[in-house]
Structure formats: structure tokens, C-alpha cells
Design a protein around this ligand. Structure first.
Ligand SMILES: Nc1ncnc2c1ncn2[C@@H]1O[C@H](COP(=O)(O)OP(=O)(O)OP(=O)(O)O)[C@@H](O)[C@H]1O
Length: 251
């Protein structure tokens, strides 16, 4: 579980996040949503320690991350897996080398054990037998799967994904979402996904935190979202025609 308490972050005189709190539970797919520029990525970066909050606390299973000593910070960082926008694979490394990379830099595991882990993860993301292919030789959806395998290969407890569907067609996006939800449940990890994809929201949003104008305006589940009564959220959710039809059908 990750608890965000009263998170505030400014750049110069521009406040990007103002007093935001939320709880991301273990075994759930938690989404941070909001319009472009609303502060989603900045929030993610504060949670993983790439930015330091001006004030507020981030607790990883009760451990305070922001003011932790060096050893605790290192311990928590080792438990974090990240799926970056676009997959961010190393172009010069094949699939196997990409997935093995965290084990090479973070562990002293024997090589055969590393390869076992890599193959287990590749099977999990349905990419067995692609070990020797280069990133340029596989599709965008497959690259995302490799990114997921790499993020989790070191038994991560927390998985962060920044726009995991960017650049993917709708069908492939749904498959990636379903894979993330399946893995979250199976490994009981705490998954936090930044997205503005309404398909993802409806498909896998077990907990949703909505940011607008630097504040949390709403939190809830995908089944509550169409009845939030929050104007800014309605504008976000019902920007597309299909969602407007869904609302009309549900009264
Ligand atoms: N390092 C930085 N220095 C100054 N301002 C920043 C920095 N990073 C982000 N910002 C500002 O913070 C605001 C929120 O940006 P952020 O990237 O979090 O938006 P977002 O909700 O993730 O948008 P998108 O969906 O387009 O990625 C923007 O106005 C951006 O210009």
C-alpha cells in the first residue's frame, strides 16, 4: 500500500500539486487521471522520488519515503518497478538483456538464476522465445510487454506506469491494460498508472484519483465515475461520444 498525504509541489510560483492525498492499495490497479498538464506525471515523480515534495508525506507500507534515511530509501527504491512512456527499452540490447538489466545492476544473483527469472517474466507477459530479438524487431505492444517484464523482474512490490497505452491501437491498449490488471492481482503488487485513456479508466480503474487545477477533485471506482456530480470530471469523462451514450443509458 502507498499512502500519499497532503502532497504539495510548486515550480517557482506555479503550484502544480496542492494538498493531494490518496491511498493506493496492494493488489489493485490505481489510476491517476486528469487532463493534459494537470500534474499527473509530476505526482508520479514525487511518489517515486524523482522530485522532492515541498510538503507532504509518501508512505510505502508505512515507511516514510520523503524523509527516510539513505538505507530505507535504497530499500524502497529496490521494490519499485517503472514502466516508462514508450517502453524506454535499450535499443542496443536484445529482449533478454533488457529484461535482465535490473538484475545485473541491482543483484549479485548467479547468471542461470537471472535467466530463469527473465524467462519466467517473459512467459508471464506472453513473450516466451523472443529472447534474442532486438527492440526494433518487435511491435509497440510487444515492447510494452518487455517493459513490464523488466519492471517486475526483480520482484517489485510497487509498479508505476506513465501512460502505458501511449502510441498503441485500442485493441493492443486493452490487452496491455488487462495484462497489468492480471499481474497486479496475481503478484499482489501495488500498481499506480497515470493515464488519460477513458478505456483504461472503465476497464481497470479499481481506484481512481482525479486531478484538476492542481487539486484532487474526486476519488472513487470506475463504477462510480459516471455519477460523480463533479463538473470538471464530467467534462473529462464525457468528452467522448460513446461515454455520453453510456451515461444516457444509465440515466
Ligand atoms: N521540471 C519542471 N519544471 C517546471 N515545471 C514543470 C516541470 N515538470 C512539469 N512542470 C509543469 O507542471 C505542470 C504539470 O505537468 P505534468 O507533466 O505533470 O502534466 P500531466 O498531467 O502529466 O500532462 P500530460 O497528460 O500532458 O502528460 C505543467 O504545467 C508543466 O509545465
Amino acid at each position: 500500500m502507498i499512502e500519499v498525504k497532503n502532497l504539495t509541489k510548486s515550480f517557482g510560483d506555479k503550484t502544480v500539486l496542492q494538498d493531494i492525498s490518496g491511498t493506493f492499495e496492494q493488489g489493485k490497479t490505481n489510476l491517476i487521471i486528469g487532463a493534459s498538464g494537470s500534474g499527473k506525471s509530476v505526482m508520479l515523480k514525487n511518489i517515486v522520488g524523482l522530485f522532492k515534495p515541498d510538503s507532504g508525506e509518501i508512505l510505502y507500507n508505512g515507511r516514510n519515503f520523503v524523509n527516510a534515511d539513505r538505507d530505507t530509501k535504497t530499500d524502497i527504491r529496490r521494490e519499485i518497478g517503472m514502466l516508462f512512456q514508450g517502453g524506454a527499452l535499450f535499443d542496443s540490447m536484445n529482449v533478454e538483456q533488457n529484461v535482465k538489466f535490473p538484475l545485473d545492476v541491482l543483484t549479485k544473483m548467479p547468471e542461470d538464476e537471472k535467466l530463469d527469472r527473465v524467462n519466467t517474466m517473459l512467459k508471464k507477459v506472453k513473450l516466451e522465445n523472443t529472447n534474442k530479438r532486438m527492440p526494433s524487431e518487435i511491435s509497440g505492444g510487444m515492447q510494452k510487454r518487455v517493459g513490464i517484464a523488466r519492471a517486475l523482474v526483480n520482484s517489485s512490490k510497487y509498479l508505476f506506469c506513465d501512460e502505458p497505452n501511449s502510441g498503441l491501437d485500442p485493441m493492443t491498449s486493452i490487452k496491455i491494460d488487462q495484462l497489468l490488471a492480471e499481474i497486479t492481482d496475481e503478484y499482489q503488487i501495488t500498481t499506480v498508472i497515470v493515464t488519460h485513456d477513458m478505456n483504461s479508466v472503465m476497464e481497470i480503474g479499481e481506484y481512481i484519483l482525479f486531478i484538476s487545477n492542481s487539486k484532487k477533485l474526486w476519488e472513487g471506482t470506475s463504477s462510480d465515475i459516471i455519477h460523480s456530480g463533479v463538473q470538471e470530471l464530467d467534462e473529462f469523462v464525457f468528452a467522448n461520444k460513446l461515454m455520453r451514450k453510456v451515461k444516457a443509458m444509465n440515466g
